[in-house]
Ligand binder design. Structure first.
Ligand SMILES: N[C@@H](CCC(=O)N[C@@H](CS)C(=O)NCC(=O)O)C(=O)O
Length: 202
């Protein structure tokens, strides 16, 4: 049984989405945000104080995409792409892109947008440009980003697209990206996480 430490509308959703896709058994420990303030004892488990954090026996992981990878591989899921399989390089790049490149301007919007219009505008412009990577990946009309199937790259990027909607950034989605997001949101595992498990709390 996996234990997932989670808070409201956070990257925890990537992990829960992955668990639901692969049918993993897990329990959620819901924390108040930010954990470093409300749960100082949590720093003993994860010194960064961030969620999601996953514990599986002796294993403790603190990066959302590392947890998704761990869960998917442990369940023998084809959400991961093997290094010798077609689409692997795009898969790896887009997997990390969802967190490392597409997410920061969404966070800037949330954290700094209210302090300065210039900061908000720059975050929006940057996000719009970076959406071009997703748009280009979908340019041939494919259903999912890479490898000819739904993968963790879709969960990584899809989470960020979903978060951006909370700040009105979905106005910037090109049509193909908007349609792609709708496809992701229609998946039963996504609906379970977003409309049931975390709809009002985590
Ligand atoms: N790269 C990490 C980032 C984790 C992270 O920053 N999580 C946020 C919530 S989405 C958090 O816990 N912030 C609390 C804090 O910074 O104190 C991941 O992908 O899990």
């Amino acid at each position: 049984m996996l234990t997932i430490y989670a808070t409201a509308a956070s990257r925890s959703r990537r992990v829960l989405w992955t668990c639901e896709e692969v049918g993993a058994a897990y329990e959620v420990v819901e924390l108040a945000f930010p954990p470093k303030v409300h749960h100082p004892d949590f720093l003993a488990l994860n010194p960064a104080g961030t969620v999601p954090t996953m514990v599986d026996g002796e294993v403790c992981l603190t990066e959302s995409l590392a947890i998704c990878d761990y869960v998917a591989r442990r369940h023998g899921s084809d959400l991961v792409v093997a290094p010798d399989a077609p689409g692997y390089s795009d898969y790896l790049n887009l997997l990390l892109f969802g967190e490392a490149t597409l997410l920061p301007p969404v966070v800037w919007t949330r954290r700094f947008g209210r302090f300065a219009d210039e900061a908000l505008e720059e975050a929006r412009e940057t996000f719009a440009v970076r959406l071009g990577v997703v748009d280009r990946a979908l340019a041939d009309g494919r259903e999912f980003l890479t490898a000819g199937r739904f993968t963790l790259a879709d969960i990584s990027v899809g989470f960020t697209l979903g978060l951006s909607r909370l700040y009105g950034l979905d106005r910037l989605f090109p049509p193909a990206v908007a349609a792609y997001y709708d496809r992701l949101a229609a998946r039963p595992a996504h609906r379970r996480v977003y409309l049931e498990l975390t709809a009002e709390k985590i």
